[in-house]
Structure formats: structure tokens, C-alpha cells
Design a binder for this molecule. Structure first.
Ligand SMILES: Cc1cc2nc3c(=O)[nH]c(=O)nc-3n(C[C@H](O)[C@H](O)[C@H](O)COP(=O)(O)OP(=O)(O)OC[C@H]3O[C@@H](n4cnc5c(N)ncnc54)[C@H](O)[C@@H]3O)c2cc1C
Ligand code: FES
Length: 276
């Protein structure tokens, strides 16, 4: 099949996650595709809408879910606004999965520090669900997740269940008493402050996805805590078109974020690309 031809998919559900994010549950129309589509957390797909265009979005569901995928889309522009108008039964196109993702062999057996900000949480949710499906395969797991307000925290109804298998720490830039709907406490302050509550050990690997401004401060603090640059994994967002290493939209030095990334170690970033 031509790599530019999307798979036909149907919207099974469109659930609002916050004032500007929607979670789409999609199933592939071709049973052959539904049976064979597989991915690892951190990979992304190109989601297309006829008449609007195509956007890269991270896979948000568990890779263990057979026959369906979920993506969370924040409305920021032309295509993503159209995605927000989708309803159950509507049709979309899906190309992928693309990118390297968070490779299991890099994370298995390690203590994991998952750091996420704002709408960077969808691929982290995929990783969390995968870890919880094989909990004994990992050491201590901690999620640090920050957002602007408590209303912007995505997947809030899942934190209580995530908390049964891992430590979950939340923070918001501004807010009052924790919303009872969260089922847990929530600090006020930047996500970096949450790092004061966690220990970093030699076997800790940090994985993060969020706004670029978050990376700078979180990485600085992780290095101060003694983490090695090769144990810090970041997922980068760049403008993308093809997802296939052909169009050059996402180049970073000699690398393509769509093919060689979007997950890079901080060591790669500093040694090969001169920083974030
Ligand atoms: C690997 C990858 C994974 C992503 N995962 C998700 C996800 O899970 N959920 C989600 O909501 N979004 C995700 N994005 C961002 C998403 O692709 C953009 O928000 C989308 O392309 C915007 O398209 P648009 O037509 O709606 O907006 P446009 O009208 O094209 O642009 C609106 C605004 O968004 C900015 N923008 C456009 N494209 C990008 C981009 N690729 N990265 C950053 N800013 C951009 C523009 O500068 C502009 O300010 C991801 C991007 C990448 C590269
Ligand atoms: S998106 Fe086209 S080369 Fe990466």
C-alpha cells in the first residue's frame, strides 16, 4: 500500500477531555488493518480529514488495546478545530504509526520518572497504560503532571486507577483547593517544583513530553539531581507533513524528527544537535 494513502477509520466516540481537548476513539474499517495495526507508546499517526488536511498526533491509548486507537486533539487551528466537530460515525484517515517511540528495552526494569505538561500527556497515558499492563516489568514509577488550571488536567477520571500502580503527583499554575473530582491532591506551582518530592536513583530513567519551556527547567533540575543525559528521554514536536522522512519539514541537523524521533535522549540533543 502507498505510504501516503491513509487507512479508513470510523469515529466510535468523541469525548471532551477539557475545554479545548477531545479524545477520539477510532476503529479501522478494514478488518485486516484492525487486526494488524500495532504501535509502541510515543509513536504518532497522521490524522486526516477530507477537505481540511492532515495533522500529526500522538497515540494516547494502550498498545495492548486490539482493533481501536485513541488520540487526544487540542483545538489550535484549521484541522484540529475541524476534528473537534467530529461525531460518532464520522470518517477520518489514519497514516502510521510513525517515529521511534519509547522503546520497551530502554525502560524495562528501570525506575521511571514520567514528566508531562499540558497537552503532552496523551503519549504518556499510552505509556502509563502499557506499564500498568505489565507492572512487574518496571521498578518504581512516578508521574509528575502539570497544567495551567485543574480544568486543563486531561484524563482526570483515570488518576485514581493509575495511582494504584504508581505514584501520581499533580500541579497547576494557578488554582484553589483541589477539585474533589481529581480524587487526589494537587499542588500549585510549576511541574519543576514536584521534582523536589522525588528521589532520583542510578536506575532512574526520565521520560517527558510537554511544552519546550518545560524541558529546559526540568532537565536542568534532573542533571542537578545527578541524572545522566543518556537517561533523560524527551519527545520533540516539530512541524511535520509526510511523517516518512521525505518532505524535510521536520529536519533537525542531519536527523528527521519524524523518523529518528520524536523521542531523543538529552545526550543526543546536546552531542548531535547543539541543545534542545
Ligand atoms: C509528533 C507530534 C505529535 C503531536 N501530538 C499531538 C497530540 O497528541 N495532540 C495534539 O493536540 N497535538 C499534537 N501535536 C501538535 C499538532 O500536530 C498541531 O497542533 C496541529 O498540527 C495543528 O494543526 P492545525 O491545522 O489545527 O493548526 P494550524 O492552523 O496549522 O496552526 C495553529 C497553531 O498551531 C501551531 N502548530 C501547527 N503545527 C504544529 C506542530 N506540529 N507542532 C506545534 N505547533 C504547531 C501553529 O504554529 C499555530 O500557532 C503533535 C505534533 C507532533 C509533531
Ligand atoms: S515530516 Fe516529512 S521529513 Fe519528517
Amino acid at each position: 500500500m502507498n505510504a501516503y494513502t491513509p487507512y479508513d477509520a470510523k469515529v466510535d466516540r468523541a469525548d471532551a477531555l477539557s475545554r479545548d481537548s477531545v479524545l477520539l476513539t477510532l476503529s479501522f474499517k478494514d478488518p485486516g488493518v484492525a487486526g494488524s495495526f500495532s504501535f509502541i507508546p510515543g509513536q504518532f499517526v497522521e490524522l486526516s480529514l477530507l477537505g481540511y488536511g492532515e495533522i500529526p498526533v500522538g497515540l494516547a491509548s494502550s498498545p495492548r488495546d486490539a482493533g481501536r486507537i485513541q488520540v487526544s486533539v487540542r483545538s489550535v487551528g484549521n484541522v484540529s478545530n475541524a476534528v473537534h466537530r467530529l461525531e460518532a460515525g464520522d470518517e477520518v484517515g489514519v497514516r502510521g504509526p510513525f517515529g521511534n517511540g519509547f522503546k520497551r528495552e530502554r525502560l524495562a526494569g528501570k525506575d521511571l520518572l514520567i514528566v508531562s505538561g499540558g497537552c503532552g500527556i496523551p503519549p504518556m497515558r499510552s505509556l502509563i497504560l502499557d506499564i500498568l499492563g505489565d507492572r512487574q516489568g518496571y521498578g518504581d514509577v512516578t508521574l509528575l503532571y502539570g497544567s495551567r488550571t485543574q480544568q486543563d488536567l486531561l484524563f482526570r477520571e483515570e488518576y485514581a486507577s493509575w495511582g494504584k500502580g504508581m505514584r501520581v503527583l499533580l500541579t497547576v499554575d494557578s488554582g484553589d483547593a483541589p477539585d474533589p473530582g481529581l480524587g487526589m491532591g494537587c499542588d500549585v506551582g510549576v511541574v519543576t517544583n514536584l521534582l523536589d518530592k522525588v528521589d532520583v536513583k542510578p536506575q532512574t530513567v526520565a521520560v517527558m513530553c510537554g511544552p519546550p519551556v518545560m524541558y529546559k527547567f526540568v532537565i536542568q533540575k534532573l542533571l542537578q539531581k545527578g541524572m545522566r543525559p543518556e537517561d533523560i528521554l524527551v519527545s520533540l514536536e516539530r512541524r511535520m507533513k509526510c511523517g516518512l522522512g521525505k518532505c524535510q519539514h521536520c529536519t533537525r541537523g542531519s536527523k528527521y524528527v519524524c523518523l529518528d524521533g520524536p523521542v531523543f535522549t538529552y545526550k543526543q540533543m546536546t552531542d548531535e544537535y547543539g541543545g534542545l
